[in-house]
Design a protein around this ligand. Structure first.
Ligand SMILES: Cc1ncc(COP(=O)(O)O)c(C=O)c1O
Length: 464
């Protein structure tokens, strides 16, 4: 009996939580948390009780070793419980630090911001959040709106791309290119959407002279691992310069070495956005952290005065413990040249995936992406039922390999390995994919199944 359970009979301590049965966890989630999200995960056959995670493996309650090829959609690039990151963060906590205080100096956060500026010397201001990617998107939207409001009041619109995903806070869903996430809510004013990859559409909007910023993902992730034509972003940069529009890259999913450069926009020689977001891979899942990196000139336009100094602050903003996580991830990426590893191993893995595609040309039509951000485009069977979700479910249930379809395009199976993945693990994946496709081809689709059955991709991602 603990004091808490004396006062509140049944109170579960952290130790109790470690030892809960799968049934009990399911019951509590259904009762006290997002009931339907839990149900969707269970129905999709993708919700397991994971007890332990290390490197590229996760172990379920039955002791099955599973291969993680999605890593919370890009979070775990450095491997689950990366020993260097964990040890560094524990070292920091053992120093009995003051992790946050609004006015105290913030040594760890300052060091992180300094390191970030070394990596992108053209963007030298950092805002670090103790939150998710959407919070970073909000921060950058607000920053450019304040900068424009103070200095260019005739600029009132944000241009973003159709099929994009920028998170689920109000500003982020307004910016994202899918109506489904905006249902039942008022929209933030001043947003325009144009097709991703269409440079004429960019010019048509920017030339009107009232656009504050253009924002896009360097590679659309939730939209289905969409890589634009090679000349698109350089042309966007040129047009932003021509029309005085800020260029923002959302690097929440594609950044942090995921695509074989520390920042995905570094794929384009000499391309420098005015600001970019980061999250996911900068945490390795140890503790939520996100943020933005901004050109000093833009930052000063928004917050470069005493009267604007408090316009965008928050309790957890710039806190040392989140920065300790991000700094440790960044240090690991630099010291282990994670970007090169991802480029090299990614190219080898692409070649193996191509052999599977060639074996099943009617099932997989395309292997696309960059580095460890890969999308497999699946077709539909003779009944019109999509393959992707069924293959994902068989891979997870029968072959213990975890992937996930894209939020805004459930014909795309996302395959996001991490750097702890060995050659044998890549082969495990290829075998599992091959056998799962065979199994799915052999088994008829569930009666009445549509292209997006058994569970819609947008529902599955809501379930994550
Ligand atoms: C490009 C992009 N931006 C923003 C977000 C939102 O991040 P979070 O879910 O951490 O709020 C995501 C999440 O998938 C994303 O892919």
């Amino acid at each position: 009996m603990t004091a808490a359970s004396t006062l509140y009979p049944g109170f579960l301590t952290l130790d109790d939580a470690f030892n809960l049965t799968e049934d009990k966890v399911r019951e509590m989630q259904l009762k006290h948390m997002n009931e339907y999200r839990t149900k969707l995960g269970l129905q999709g056959g993708l919700t397991f009780d994971i007890k332990h995670a290390e490197g590229c493996y996760i172990w379920d309650a039955q002791g099955n070793k599973r291969l993680d090829f999605i890593g919370c959609v890009g979070v775990y690039l450095l491997g689950h419980n990366n020993p260097f990151v964990i040890e560094n963060v524990l070292k920091y906590l053992r120093s009995k630090p003051l992790t946050m205080d609004p006015m105290a100096l913030k040594p760890i956060t300052a060091a992180f911001a300094h390191d970030m500026a070394l990596i992108t010397p053209e963007l030298t201001r950092t805002i670090t959040n103790g939150g998710g990617g959407a919070e970073a998107v909000e921060a950058v939207l607000k920053l450019v709106r304040i900068a424009a409001g103070r200095n260019h009041p005739e600029r009132r619109r944000i241009v973003s791309t159709l099929n994009s995903f920028h998170g689920k806070t109000l500003g982020a869903v307004t910016t994202g290119g899918k109506d489904v996430w905006r249902r039942w809510q008022p929209r933030v004013a001043g947003h325009t959407y144009i097709p991703y990859g269409d440079i004429d559409a960019v010019e048509a909007e920017l030339s009107k002279g009232d656009v504050i910023a253009f924002i896009a993902e360097t590679i659309q992730g939730e939209g289905g691992v969409v890589v634009p034509e090679e000349d698109y972003f350089p042309a966007v940069r040129h047009l932003c310069d021509k029309y005085g529009t800020y260029m923002i890259m959302d690097e929440v999913q594609a950044g942090s070495c995921r695509t074989g450069n520390i920042w995905a926009f570094q794929h384009y020689d000499g391309l420098i956005p005015d600001a970019f977001t980061f999250a996911k891979g900068m945490s390795d899942g140890v503790l939520p952290v996100s943020g933005i990196q901004v050109k000093d000139s833009l930052y000063q336009e928004a917050y470069g005065s005493y009267d604007s100094a408090m316009m965008h602050t928050a309790t957890y903003q710039d806190n040392n413990i989140s920065a300790a996580v991000a700094l440790s991830c960044l240090q690991y990426m630099v010291e282990h040249d994670v970007a090169t590893h991802v480029r090299t191993k990614g190219a080898e893995f692409f070649a193996k995936l191509e052999t599977v595609r060639e074996k099943y040309p009617d099932v997989i039509s395309e292997v696309r992406g960059r580095g460890f951000m890969i999308g497999l485009k699946f077709g539909v069977d003779s009944q019109g039922a999509g393959y992707a979700n069924r293959v994902a479910a068989v891979m997870a249930q029968k072959y213990f390999v975890h992937t996930m379809t894209s939020t805004n395009n459930d014909t795309i199976l996302r395959v996001y390995p991490n750097i702890a993945t060995t050659d044998e693990d890549f082969d495990w994946f290829i075998d599992a994919l091959d056998h799962s496709i065979e199994d799915v081809i052999r088994t008829a689709a569930p009666a009445g199944a549509e292209a997006s059955e058994p569970v819609k991709a947008e529902q599955l991602v809501s379930a994550r």
